[in-house]
Structures are given as C-alpha cells and as structure tokens.
Design a protein around this ligand. Structure first.
Ligand code: PLP
Length: 345
C-alpha cells in the first residue's frame, strides 16, 4: 500500500490519475461488464446510478425493508419514492412481495444482496422484464458473489458497490463504483460524479462532486489482486459456523454463489447471547437494528407491511468472520455459542 501511495504522490495526479482508469477496467472485467466508473462512496454510486438511469420525480422504486439507510436515501435524493418490501428469513427482499408491489408508477427495483447472500434474482429479473422495470443492484455487501455464475452487479442495468474499509474489497477510506453494460449510463455517471459537467464545460444534470480518489484507486488495485483469498477464507469460516451452529441458532447457510460479508445468525435469545459473547471477549454486532422505513426521516413516508423485517432485526446477531481470524479463534467462538445454549437449542 505504501508503494502504491508513493507512486501516486510521485506522479502527482491526485484526481482521476491513471490508477483510476486501471481500477475501472479491472473492476469491469471482474464484474463481467463493459464499464465501471469509480466514485467517492457506495452511497454516491447508488445515487448516481439511479440518476443516470433517469429515475426521478413521479417514479416508484421498489427496495428491501432492510439495508443500510444509504439505499433508501439514494432513491429519495434522486426524487423518486421508495416502496419498501418485506424480507424473507434470509434477510433479502421477498421477491413475491416485490412483484405484488409493482404499480403503473414503478420504474425500478433495487435489490440489496444483504450480508453477502444473493437475492432471488431469477424471480426479480422475471418481474422486471415483465413490467419493463430497471434493475439497479446494491451489491455493496456482495462483491465477488455470483448468481448462476454471473457476478452480482452485472445482473441488471447497473450495480452500485461500496468499497469502504468495512467492505470485502476495502479501500483505506471512502470509495465506491458503478458497474454497467450500458454506455449511456456510464457516460452519465461520469458526468454526475463531477457536478454533472460534460467535457468540464457544460452542466447537463445538477449534481455533486463524488469522484474516486487516485490514492484509493491505487490501494484498491493491490487489494483486488488478493480479493479471492479474502473471499475464500471468509467462506471457509462461514461454512464452519454453518456446520457447527445449525443446531442452536438459525444460520445463514451459505450457498455456492454467496460471499460472507457478515455472518448473521438469528435467535430469539439475541440480547442474552450478545452479552454472553461480549463477556467472553468476542466482538459481535447488530448492524442496522432498524428497518429503513422505521428511521425517523421515513416514518411519515408511508405505512409498510414489513412484519418479518421487524421480527428479524430483533433476532439477528453478527459473529466475527473477517479473513484474519485463525482457526482456533473460530473454534473459540463456536465453543462459546454452544456453551450458551448448553450444547443444543
Ligand atoms: C456500505 C453500504 C452502502 C453505502 O456505502 P458507503 O460506501 O458507506 O457510502 C450502501 N448499501 C449497502 C447495502 C451497504 O452495505
């Protein structure tokens, strides 16, 4: 990383330097698409992707009830109306409910591959095709995951991927990317990430500044070379948890195309288990404890039937799954969870 930073500081092109284009072409190849545009964050990627697809006032956009709030915010900031749909027990959007939520105003679906598990894309893509809807994937938590062999982010019209330090492909600061096969979307995102300017001359779409930094691109180029090992090690840990803990808690049960961004179990005794594991020196997390429509800014925007999302967020807990965990540390986590349940549920 220091070498990469040294190179950038030496050539001095801190904005849109050569590393940005290099990263874009490698990310496009990795995601199986023609174009990738580096932006300042995953939040910016979502917002620009929606605006580049010309989604705006009067449009409804269907998305999951559970995600990081950036997903809903991007829809609102684009001027459209988020339509929140309940989740299945796997925490991903219930594809049947998504189909039922389509109205004549629906323009797009934003599936979120939450925790690294791939959504029911077969059904969602069918629904989109049947109703002429755009599909903008939020693949922030699923870099490297695949659906029927195709990388997430490439399944619909565009994909938005966060590359912040918490994510699987991690920069040393804020970063994100829009991936797409569609040249017009690429062109618009390139303008939108720099105030909507075309040729640095004429503003066609009022926007913000949200370009990826050359330093982050240089760091990400190195990280990208090692990403397969990261994904593989995390999957290995998750599969061990799946096998060891299924008797006691609801485990995610990783399928072949999924990645392990977080390892999220569900149990009715969540709070007790969280305290128990924390006392054992194990860092556990409850990410996004509120469904998006239950945030203060969204409460007055509609009344949604999202009972399962509300039930799941009370039951979920993330166990450590990062790639640097040693096997004996994984065993310790398993041992402490089993001890809590006295060996079985
Ligand atoms: C992290 C994340 C984002 C936002 O990405 P930032 O880079 O933090 O702006 C959006 N959606 C999901 C599902 C995320 O996990």
């Amino acid at each position: 990383m220091l070498e990469a930073m040294d190179r950038v500081l030496s050539h001095g092109q801190l904005l849109l330097g050569p590393e940005v284009e290099q990263l874009e072409s490698r990310l496009a190849a990795r995601c199986g698409v023609r174009h990738a545009v580096g932006v300042g964050s995953g939040s910016a990627a979502l917002y620009y992707a929606l605006r580049a697809a010309d989604i705006g006032p009067g449009d409804e956009v269907i998305t999951s009830a559970i995600s990081f709030i950036a997903t809903a915010n991007a829809i609102v900031l684009a001027g459209a109306k988020p339509v929140f749909v309940d989740v299945d027990d796997d925490l991903n959007i219930d594809a049947r409910a998504a189909t039922a939520a389509v109205t004549p105003r629906t323009r797009a679906v934003v599936p979120v591959h939450y925790t690294g598990r791939v959504c029911d894309m077969g059904r969602l893509l069918d629904t989109a095709a049947g109703h002429d809807l755009l599909v903008i994937e939020d693949a922030s938590q699923a870099f490297g995951a695949t659906h029927e062999g195709r990388p997430v982010g490439s399944l619909g019209d565009a994909g938005a991927i966060s590359l912040n330090p918490m994510k699987l492909l991690a920069a040393c600061g804020e970063a994100g990317v829009v991936v797409t096969d569609r040249q017009p979307i690429r062109g618009r995102v390139e303008a939108l990430r720099y105030n909507g300017l075309v040729n640095r001359e004429d503003c066609l779409w009022p926007s913000t500044n949200g370009r990826i930094d050359t330093l982050q691109a240089a760091i990400l180029l190195g990280r990208l070379e090692r990403i397969d090992r990261v994904i593989e090690r995390r999957r290995e840990i998750a599969l061990r948890y799946d096998a060891a803990l299924a008797e006691c808690v609801d485990v995610p049960g990783l399928r072949s195309g999924d990645v392990a961004y977080s390892y999220t179990i569900q149990t009715d005794r969540r709070d007790e288990l969280r305290d128990w594991l924390e006392q054992a020196g194990i860092e556990v997390k409850v990410y996004h404890p509120k469904p998006m429509p239950d945030h203060a800014a969204y409460r007055l925007r509609g009344d949604w039937s999202i009972d399962n999302a509300r039930r799941c967020v009370r039951r979920l807990l993330c166990l450590p799954v990062h790639e640097k965990l040693r096997d004996d540390e994984v065993d310790y986590v398993i041992d402490r969870v089993l001890a809590f349940f006295g060996g079985a549920r």
